[in-house]
Design a protein around this ligand. Sequence first.
Ligand SMILES: *Cc1c(COP(=O)(O)O)cnc(C)c1O
Length: 434
Amino acid sequence: MTIMPKPSQNIPDRGIYERRESVVRSYSRAMPRQFNRAEHVWIHDDQGGRYLDFLAGCSTLNYGHNHPVLKQALLDYISADGITHGLDLHTDAKASFLEALETVILKPRGLDYRAMFTGPTGTNAVEAAIKLARKVTGRELVIAFTNGFHGMTLGALACTGNAAKRGGAGVPLSHVSHEPYDGYYGPDVDTADLLEQRLADPSSGLDAPAAIIVETVQGEGGLNAASPQWLRRIAAIAKRHGALLIVDDIQAGCGRTGGFFSFEEMGFTPDIVTLAKSLSGMGLPFALTLFRPELDQWSPGEHNGTFRGNNHAFVTADAALRHFWGDEGFIADVKRRGDLLAARLERLAADLGLSTRGRGMMRGIDVGSGEAAEAITSACFAQGLIIETSGAHDEIVKVLAPLVISDDELAAGLDILERCTRDVLAAAYDVAAE
Ligand SMILES: *Cc1c(COP(=O)(O)O)cnc(C)c1O
């Protein structure tokens, strides 16, 4: 298969972006093309270039671009004049989605959650989660972790570690304490012990928290994967100290780490779970906050929003849950492909003296510096592979290929990644040796 993009000729005037789009844009700087079509694991630009997508909307496109089953469900719904916007009114689309959530996801996993439709983006689900935890416990402090990423609105941003993102707030980000994540001080320090000690000590200065919010694999913060033992400890600590455990599954959920939820089969059950990104399955904005029924202490309308429950996203999410998550073959395939990915990355890392990170289909390779990672991702883009970085110094090249990718397509993308990684690191070595 050839996946080299064609060299761009006759590039049309792109001045409109310079003139009218805010400089806050970011991904478009690393990938300065105009994209006009996408299907499955491929995106096309208007110059005839074709790119294999190992970014997948930062894990928003786990089922690929425009999956035919999801697309057809949405086309049928629109053609029949289904409700597009209905505030939080009951609609056919909402009922069917909730039934799918109950029968395909929650019941088979023995989970009993109420679903709260928040505003449509991930940060909205996080805001609702921490607001509910504060309301239910009557406490203010939230414990988040080093390198955690939870969104850009003030409450979620306060829980986010990244200084550059935090700096945009313009006001103090308070009522959150960032404690060391699993492995933060290396393999010999158990950071769950540290947290337990601080919470148990009435003179530690750490107040009793309303919630502990955690990603099981840190998507933006470097693909650090917490161990099941550490997560169980954190769940137990939350319980012992009267705090609610929030698992932010916005990036690691929806199959990215193997199961529908990233904490499945780990021996603990979060009090609150946030989902967004791949929840709609087709890239439509849709977020959900799930919580134990006893925590459902809102008064009607106490937390609302105009775009709560995007009916088009209900339709595609419903189709995605029934089509993929009712299918044992899909689930087994994702696990198997995650193992293939791990084996390839580990082999490359071992060869080059590097290390890998992550779990399932959410893995990356630590190439030592943000400069090297950027050189590698640019080289990949020039060869027709879209791939991005993660981590405190953007030093991790991360593979977020759609879960539905074929083994051949996965291998083709990894071939490009391997070639570019070897070339960039060899060139850096040559420069250093001169
Ligand atoms: C992307 C992300 C968010 C924020 O979601 P948005 O839709 O960008 O607001 C929150 N938490 C995690 C773990 C994420 O990856």
